[in-house]
Design a protein around this ligand. Structure first.
Ligand SMILES: Nc1ncnc2c1ncn2[C@@H]1O[C@H](COP(=O)(O)OP(=O)(O)OP(=O)(O)O)[C@@H](O)[C@H]1O
Length: 679
């Protein structure tokens, strides 16, 4: 295209962007001034409806806000004339914008007509004549565009250039969306139907998190009704990670998705820490049977009958009849419904006696008998009320009881589970994170958990235990899940193992497992170095590929003990001389000291985990190795890999995570020898 023609087209596109923004402001204004219907009356239903209307209005208003630094559209499709009703040209953006008369100005990327933007190729052009991609400045000014004609002799490879430019755009603050450059293999997963569940295994930086978030946005678009009933929840490994991803969905117009950790989902306060072995065992699937058995030992065998008196009449239900009733109920329902049923069945037996004597008692009489003192006393004695805390307290404080209930565990394993100094009662026990998951399981065995989430996204799912997966699954019994992870990055002692087992623990056996293997984040030289760990940490996984090489992406600097900290400072200064975000990642017990050294050198670092939204506020972040998972930075300095490895049983997996955080540059600084597995 001649330069002058290109300039005038660019002016035209800029005008179009300005008009679209004005149209979105109009839509936002219209919603803001629209009156929210209020139903009169003060009963619960009416209050609920009024609150729901208010909330929906607020969400709609928020969703229509024009975010100043997010371009309103990023692409255009020119279709063959007549292919799509009477419109031939579509601007593809993050949300739908219309001109006030119903004519679309920007089409949501999730709509069907947008699909060829991601999928059309010259051999399958899907009635598209031209695909246009736009370039924007950091402040969302339209700076240029590139065309990809679908017909003609000239083969252009702009998609890859755009993708690379997008990946290498310097990072400032939290994760961005990838909506302009979603790749076909990612698009397959993003647009997969709500059911069945989808599980994605992918090497570091293959876009799992990005895919999960865009899939949520897509599902909310196609299945809003169904999902709004149960809601959508994203579960991530920790608060720093959730803070990092928090802006992606709002940028896609979705403001109503909860993003939480599993501890926040289960809600019971965590006041104790387990040994690694105890935590592993408490996460083990065998615990499910052990808890079930332990709970049902609370139910005893009736040794006496009961005598129910009404006026001068006496009705006796014999002990053997009670034994039959209890035996029939035992294990056939959850615990509390079983208890309620026991009272009703005894009352029914009394009613049969009444009928035999010519009386005709009705339901009210049955309820009165069920609530009568002798029946209550018997139920309390034979089928007592129990709390999850009482059962777990007994299991972990009484060696004999544990041995009876957990024959499948070895003696050493049982010893690891027992509290060295048992608390005096269930009430005074302090529970660990793994305990809260067991309490949750017991809670569900006692009374069915009513959770009915529409969709659940589990990120970094390779780290979840079987018992955690069960707890998550029971919150989403009829809904579906998107499970994202990388087995090579499993750093917890309790990780549940291969994906088919993960899906089974979650209760989503029908889920499909897919793999992403093109690494977008990490330059090839770095991924090749990290991949040397794979034969040791995940021998079943193939070697990931990096789609980019970056000049001088990797540097290994050997220092000695005396020059180590000065070398770290130099490496960070060097990284800061480039663009974008910089992280110093070190073993948890070394990172604060290095932060102080960097601060002393005037580099103004923030410590991740200690400073809220550290990644938003400063270019240089000091990251404890255990918080690095899921994050990324333009440049990374890794301090003393051997110390990171030595810090925990799965230290090599942790090192694999740490080495794969850099988008453009990785410097490894060490005074101790590098771990052998790194070659
Ligand atoms: N199609 C794409 N277009 C542009 N950027 C992409 C694309 N896919 C992935 N990326 C970028 O690659 C980086 C890695 O993506 P993401 O964090 O989703 O990977 P991941 O597989 O979850 O990694 P990890 O295993 O380390 O958690 C992010 O910066 C993301 O924006």
């Amino acid at each position: 295209m001649a330069e002058t023609q290109q300039n005038s087209e660019l002016d035209h596109e800029r005008d179009y962007l300005t008009e679209s923004r004005a149209a979105l402001r109009r839509m936002h204004h219209d919603v803001t001034v629209r009156e929210i219907p209020v139903i009169g009356g003060e009963d619960n239903d009416e209050r609920f409806t009024n609150e729901a209307n208010q909330r929906a209005h607020q969400q709609r208003t928020l969703a229509l806000l024009d975010l100043p630094d997010v371009p309103l559209f990023f692409g255009r499709l020119d279709y063959e004339h007549g292919a799509i009703e009477d419109l031939d040209r579509f601007y593809i953006g993050r949300r739908h914008v219309h001109d006030g008369t119903g004519v679309p100005m920007v089409i949501d990327w999730r709509a069907r007509v947008s699909v060829p933007f991601y999928r059309a190729t010259r051999s399958d052009r899907q009635q598209v004549l031209l695909r246009r991609r736009y370039g924007f400045s950091d402040t969302a000014e339209l700076t240029g565009f590139e065309d990809e004609p679908m017909i003609g002799a000239e083969e252009l490879d702009q998609a890859d250039r755009f993708l690379r430019a997008e990946i290498e755009r310097p990072r400032t603050g939290p994760m961005r969306d990838i909506v302009a450059t979603i790749q076909p293999e990612q698009d397959d997963l993003v647009r997969a139907p709500l059911q069945p569940s989808v599980c994605v295994q992918g090497a570091p930086g293959t876009g799992k998190t990005a895919v999960g978030l865009h899939r949520v946005a897509y599902l909310l678009y196609t299945e809003r009704e169904r999902l709004s009933r149960g809601g959508v929840v994203i579960v991530g490994p920790n608060r720093s990670f959730l803070s990092y991803i928090r802006k992606v969905l709002p940028a896609l117009g979705e403001v109503n998705v909860r993003q939480i950790t599993i501890e926040e989902l289960i809600t019971q306060p965590v006041l104790a820490v387990d040994s690694s072995e105890a935590a592993r065992l408490k996460g083990d699937a065998r615990m499910a049977d052990i808890l079930l058995r332990a709970l049902w030992t609370s139910v005893g065998t009736p040794t006496e009958g009961i005598l129910y008196s009404k006026g001068s009449q006496r009705y006796r239900v014999h002990d053997y009849e009670l034994v039959d009733i209890v035996t029939a109920l035992h294990g056939s329902t959850r615990y509390t419904p079983g208890r309620n049923a026991l009272a009703q069945r005894i009352a029914h037996a009394v009613l049969v006696l009444m009928e035999r004597r010519g009386e005709s008692p009705d339901d009210r009489v049955q309820n009165a008998v069920a609530r009568s003192k002798p029946v209550k006393q018997l139920v309390d004695a034979v089928w007592p009320k129990v709390t999850p805390e009482q059962v777990l307290w007994k299991l972990f404080s009484n060696a004999e009881f544990l041995a009876e209930q957990a024959p499948e565990l070895t003696e050493d394993e049982r010893t690891a589970l027992l509290w060295p100094k048992p608390p005096r009662s269930a009430k005074s026990a302090k529970w660990s994170s793994a305990d809260t998951v067991l309490l949750d399981e017991l809670g569900d065995l006692i009374e069915r958990h009513a959770g009915s989430l529409g969709h659940l996204v589990l990120d970094e799912a390779q780290d979840l235990s079987a018992m955690q997966l069960r707890a998550l699954g029971r919150r989403c019994r009829t809904g579906s899940a998107t499970v994202l992870g990388d087995l090579a990055q499993a750093t917890t002692a309790w990780a549940a193992g291969p994906w088919d087992q993960v899906l089974a623990h979650l209760g989503k056996e029908d889920g499909i497992v897919a793999e992403l293997d093109r690494g977008f984040r990490v330059p090839e030289q770095i991924i090749n170095l990290a991949a040397q760990l794979l034969p040791t940490i995940a021998p079943t996984l193939g070697t990931p590929s990096g789609i980019r090489t970056v000049a001088e992406a990797l540097e290994v600097v050997a220092a000695d003990k005396d020059t180590f900290t000065a070398t770290i400072v130099e490496a960070c200064q060097d990284a800061l001389a480039g663009v974008g975000s910089v992280a110093l990642i070190a073993a948890d017990d070394q990172v604060e000291q290095l932060r102080d050294v960097l601060a002393g050198a005037g580099l103004q670092p923030a410590l991740l985990g200690a400073v809220e939204d550290a990644m938003d506020t400063t270019r240089l972040v000091c990251v404890p190795a255990t918080l690095a998972k899921g994050l990324e930075f333009d440049a990374v300095v890794v301090a003393e890999p051997a110390r990171i490895v030595a810090a925990e049983p799965r230290g090599l997996q942790r090192l694999y995570v740490v080495l794969t955080r850099a988008v453009s540059r990785l410097q490894i600084v060490h005074a101790d020898p590098l771990p052998e597995a790194l070659g």
